[in-house]
Design a protein around this ligand. Structure first.
Ligand code: ZN
Length: 253
């Protein structure tokens, strides 16, 4: 039974990954996500469905456009591979007939385009972050959820107020924006999903990962810092581990 579910999730995930690649390309460019149909970003030739099969087409074409041979960025393949992988890991953590599977699978699916769009463009589209806030609150109303509605409301309220305060304080002190509006919406939404107890750790782990990455890889220090990328990564990690078991991993709690 599990094998069948895993195969189905793999197919669903690869297909979703293919759709996320469209979002990752088009949302920051403010293009429609429906029209026109898939086309090569270089020669604009439409991609027929038989060349648009997730993972397989990329490998068969050697990561190049069939017509103009322009290279297709490797992140396309990566997205189509990690999306099914994350779905399967969330399934293995919670099981299919658990509301938490739906909740965390959905949350992770939003994190994939956010991760790449913020990494490439230093923006988090509001169309991906803001709808997550009511979604998190709706899940909090469903029986069997790990975070109750009061926790979700208080958690997202406190995180929102704290980040808005921090953003204003930073701007007053340094005369530049330190925290983007996108980060504020994203963390407010995640707070509704994870509850208050997880949030200090979520923010701390995201910040530590971000700082480590910045120190190792970023040569030009004035370059924009894509905090949302690290928030998205930590959110997937936290969901896959299970918020409760993730908290248990922290010995001093
Ligand atoms: Zn082409």
């Amino acid at each position: 039974m599990n094998t069948i579910i895993i195969i189905l999730l793999a197919v669903l995930g690869a297909t979703l990954g293919s759709f996320f690649n469209v979002l990752i390309y088009r949302l920051p460019r403010k293009e429609s996500i429906v029209f026109p149909a898939s086309h090569c970003a270089n020669c604009n030739k439409p991609i027929p469905f038989y060349l648009n099969i997730p993972i397989i087409s990329y490998l068969a074409l050697g990561g190049k456009c069939k017509y103009c041979k322009a290279p297709i960025h490797w992140h396309h393949l990566l997205v189509e591979v990690i999306t099914p992988l994350i779905l399967i890991l969330v399934f293995l953590q919670y099981g299919l007939l658990n509301i938490l599977f739906l909740k965390y699978a959905l949350l992770c699916m939003f994190m994939i385009p956010i991760f790449f769009i913020d990494a490439f463009h230093q923006i988090i589209p509001h169309t991906l972050s803001i709808p997550l806030i009511p979604l998190g609150l709706i899940f909090a109303l469903i029986p069997g959820n790990d975070v109750g509605i009061f926790n979700a409301l208080i958690s997202s309220g406190i995180i929102f107020a704290f980040l808005v305060f921090l953003a204003y304080a930073y701007r007053l002190a340094r005369k530049v924006d330190g925290i983007g509006g996108g980060d504020i919406w994203l963390l407010t939404a995640i707070a509704a999903f994870f509850g208050l107890l997880s949030m200090p750790y979520m923010i701390l782990i995201s910040a530590v990962l971000g700082i480590i990455y910045f120190l190792i890889f970023v040569r030009r220090k004035e370059q924009g810092f894509a905090f949302g990328t690290f928030i998205a990564f930590t959110t997937v990690l936290w969901s896959v581990l299970g918020a409760e078991s993730a908290l248990n991993l922290i010995p001093w709690l």
